[in-house]
Ligand binder design. Structure first.
Ligand SMILES: [Fe+2]
Length: 312
C-alpha cells in the first residue's frame, strides 16, 4: 500500500486570523501568512485505487490576492484531473472515493470517476455540491469506535472512515494504517499545521462546538499514536507524507512563512469564495458588481461573508 499526494495548487497562503480565529476573533495578525497549497490524496492498496477527495472542478478561476485577503488558495499547478493522471492512473481504475466533506476543493471532480463508489457521511448528502452525483454510498458509521473516536466505518483492513463533525456538519476524516504509522487524511480540520500545534480552530465551520470536540479528539489521538498528519491546504501535508514525519504536538516543525506575490493581474469582475470556491460573476446577477453587494451579503453556497472572497 502506498499513499500519494495529488497536487494541484501552490504558492497560496492563509493568514493567522483565518487559520486561528475560530474561537477568539480579533487578536491575530493579518500580516502573518502561512504557506498554502491544494492537494488531495490517493491510496494505492495494490488491489485498488482509492481517492480521498477529488479537487476543484476544472475551470475554477485562480484568485487574485491582495494585502487584505484572509486566504488565497494559490496558483494552478494544473487541473486536479491532470494532477491525478500525472501519477500514472486512469479514472476508470478508481474503485472508491472517500469524501472528507462537501466543499468544492474536495468534491470538485467526483463526477469524473465512472467506476468509483463515493463514500459520504449521510449527514452531508443534502449538500449543493453533491447534486447530480450518482454512485454515492451514504455512510452510517455502523462499525463502532475507532480508538478514541466514537463512530467509524471500516472501509477495509487498515482504512477507516471516521465521523469528525464541525468544519461541515457531515465532516469526516480517513485514517490509513501503514507500517506501524497512522496516516490521518483530515480534509480541513486545520488549514495549517501550526493551528493544530497551537490548538486553534479556523474560522470555517458549520458547527463550532462540534469542531472543538473533533479537534480535541484528533489531538488526543495524535498524542497516543504515531500519526502522520496529511493536510489539504498546506505543503506540510505532502512534506509530512514524504518524510513519514510523525507529528509531535510538543515539538512543532519550524514554521516557514509564505512568500507572497501581490503583483496585480487584470481583474475580471468575478470574485471567488476562498472557502468553497463559489464564483460570483456579475453577469449572472444583473450586472451588480461584487463591490456593490451589501456588507452583510454572504456566499450563497457556504454562507461565508464578503471578506472571504478574492478577486478572480
Ligand atoms: Fe473545507
Amino acid at each position: 500500500m502506498i499513499i500519494k499526494a495529488v497536487k494541484f495548487r501552490k504558492d497560496g497562503f492563509y493568514t493567522q486570523p483565518f487559520a486561528f480565529g475560530g474561537e477568539e476573533d480579533g487578536q491575530y495578525d493579518q500580516n502573518i501568512r502561512y504557506r498554502g497549497t491544494l492537494q488531495n490524496y490517493l491510496i494505492d492498496t495494490g488491489d485498488e485505487v482509492i481517492l480521498v477527495d477529488t479537487g476543484l472542478p476544472a475551470g475554477t478561476p485562480e484568485e487574485v490576492p491582495d494585502e487584505k485577503s484572509l486566504g488565497f488558495t494559490g496558483k494552478d499547478i494544473c487541473s486536479y484531473m491532470d494532477a491525478f493522471k500525472a501519477l500514472g492512473y486512469k479514472p476508470e481504475q478508481v474503485t472508491k472515493i472517500l469524501l472528507t466533506h462537501r466543499h468544492s476543493d474536495h468534491s470538485g471532480e467526483l463526477k469524473s470517476f465512472p467506476n468509483a463508489k463515493i463514500y459520504v457521511n449521510e449527514e452531508e448528502l443534502d449538500a449543493a455540491e453533491l447534486k447530480g452525483i450518482s454512485n454515492i454510498v451514504p455512510v452510517k458509521f455502523t462499525d463502532g469506535a475507532y480508538y478514541n473516536f466514537p463512530e467509524c466505518q471500516k472501509i477495509q483492513d487498515g482504512i477507516h472512515y471516521i465521523k469528525a463533525k464541525g468544519h461541515t456538519k457531515g465532516n469526516s476524516i480517513i485514517i490509513v494504517e501503514l507500517d506501524g504509522l497512522f496516516y490521518m487524511i483530515h480534509g480541513d480540520i486545520t488549514y495549517v499545521d501550526e493551528a493544530l500545534y497551537q490548538d486553534k480552530l479556523s474560522v470555517v465551520y458549520d458547527d463550532r462546538a462540534a469542531a472543538r470536540v473533533t479537534q480535541n479528539r484528533i489531538r488526543e489521538f495524535i498524542k497516543n499514536h504515531p500519526t502522520v498528519y496529511l493536510s489539504t491546504h498546506s505543503p506540510q501535508g505532502y512534506e509530512n507524507l514524504e518524510a513519514k514525519r510523525v507529528m509531535d504536538l510538543d515539538n512543532p516543525v519550524p514554521t516557514v512563512f509564505a512568500a507572497v506575490d501581490f503583483s496585480a493581474k487584470k481583474a475580471t469582475g468575478k470574485y471567488v469564495c476562498s472557502v468553497c470556491g463559489y464564483i460570483y460573476d456579475p453577469e449572472q446577477h444583473d450586472g451588480v458588481a461584487f463591490e456593490d453587494l451589501p456588507a452583510d451579503w454572504r456566499c450563497p453556497r457556504c454562507r461565508q461573508p464578503k471578506e472571504k472572497f478574492n478577486r478572480a
